[in-house]
Unconditional design. Structure first.
Length: 413
């Protein structure tokens, strides 16, 4: 059992009932505050009311949480994605304001650990590593290393953005003095995958690196669903933001292969929103796919989608761990994923299937092959569904916080 610490957590993004970065910050807050006294520094963002309500609630007071809000002026909106450097410039200014605040706090009180949680990008470690308190940086994701041979998937604007991101990431990994100094000064760095951990050791000079996905599984009580009926179509699910890096086109091309063979009855559900929504829906119509568009589904309603599906698809070319992999696994839904990034390490033969990244045509054919096999072998698909839940249990938020506590013990002993 870890001893009780006084932890200062910086989480630019943190909010309940949200996915992505907000969900990461929220589950770190609620998980750590169950064991430690937590001082949270957060951005005054659009979802902050939920955080404030929790901190001011009876449960929040019992946990002894203190909250400081530091406003970031530039928000990462859809339009801002075209000019991400403006966001990161303002995010750096936000980190400087946080540093000045924490430096003042440290004049009058002592923290056992300072932990920078979100944003998880390696581009911005902040400045708190300069203080004398043991500094934990992570989970950290290193994006920008997606396979460039799949640029044909992207539209013109996204091609330019992807190449620019790749070049800027390579430059920062090699030449950013602040990133290198933060990694070397940190008492512990947490990489979201073995690949990221190796990059932090080899290219950033991090001394002590742990591997831990940025997100985790939420396990609600749930009985296994019944096997698929003999004449029942196999129900497929893809949900994400509609942009090219999420790889929906690979799944659509795979279903086109099945459509031409006409030997697997299926029903695809796609959910989400984004710039490529019209193009994805138009491709489904053009190829005559059997699909339903569910729109942008509220985060709290997503478990019903997973529980009603037989296979979930994660063909993303660029992501961190992404919460959808654990949401699917926790709801007994096997995952078919591309074999790279952190979900390439999480998905194994007990809970899904992985697809190699050789060519666009090969990916579509391999996905189609997996769908066809699992349609004709429901016993195997059902075994994967049971294995998915067990895999989710191994990556639960409870187990994740236990490992973070062990990291705290290791750096303070």
């Amino acid at each position: 059992m870890s001893r009780r610490y006084k932890i200062l957590v910086t989480a630019n993004h943190c909010a309940p009932n949200q996915g992505s970065e907000h969900g990461i910050g929220w589950h770190f807050l609620t998980g750590l505050s169950a064991y430690h006294d937590v001082v949270l520094i957060c951005n005054r963002h659009d979802y902050i009311r939920g955080v404030v309500d929790f901190v001011e609630s009876e449960e929040g007071r019992k946990r002894n949480i203190r909250l400081f809000l530091v406003e970031q002026r530039v928000k990462y909106t859809r339009n801002m994605r075209l000019f991400p450097f403006l966001y990161y410039m303002d995010y750096r200014r936000w980190q400087k304001r946080v540093y000045r605040l924490v430096r003042e706090l440290c004049r009058t009180e002592r923290f056992d650990v300072i932990h920078h949680v979100t944003n998880i990008t390696f581009r911005e470690p902040g400045y708190l590593w300069q203080l004398d308190t043991p500094f934990v940086w992570g989970p950290v994701s290193i994006l920008g290393d997606e396979p460039v041979r799949f640029l044909s998937v992207y539209g013109f604007r996204e091609k330019i953005k992807t190449v620019a991101r790749r070049l800027s990431c390579v430059y920062q990994l090699h030449f950013s003095r602040r990133i290198h100094r933060a990694a070397r000064r940190a008492a512990a760095c947490i990489g979201v995958s073995e690949h990221v951990a190796e990059v932090m050791r080899r290219k950033l000079g991090a001394r002590r690196v742990f591997v831990l996905p940025d997100t985790g599984a939420l396990l609600r009580p749930l009985a296994p669903p019944p096997p698929r009926g003999e004449r029942e179509p196999i129900r497929l699910l893809w949900t994400a933001g509609f942009d090219a890096r999420k790889g929906a086109v690979f799944l659509i091309e795979a279903l086109r292969v099945l459509q031409q063979a006409n030997d697997v009855p299926y029903r695809l559900t796609i959910a989400g929103d984004g710039l490529m929504r019209g193009k994805i829906v138009a491709l489904c119509e053009t190829y005559g796919l059997a699909y339903d568009y569910a729109g942008k589904v509220p985060y709290e309603a997503l478990p019903e989608l997973y529980a009603a599906s037989h296979l979930f698809f994660l063909p993303s070319l660029m992501d961190a761990t992404t919460s959808v992999v654990f949401e699917s696994l926790a709801n007994y839904c096997p995952v078919i994923a591309l074999n790279h990034l952190s979900f390439g390490e999480i998905v194994d033969d007990t809970c899904g299937r992985k697809v190699a990244l050789t060519s666009r045509t090969q990916i579509a054919r391999d996905i189609a092959t997996h769908i066809r096999y699992l349609y004709h072998h429901e016993d195997e698909r059902y075994r994967l569904g049971l294995g998915a839940r067990r895999r989710a249990e191994a990556y639960s938020w409870e187990k994740k916080i236990e490992r973070v506590n062990a990291i705290y013990d290791a750096i303070t002993s």
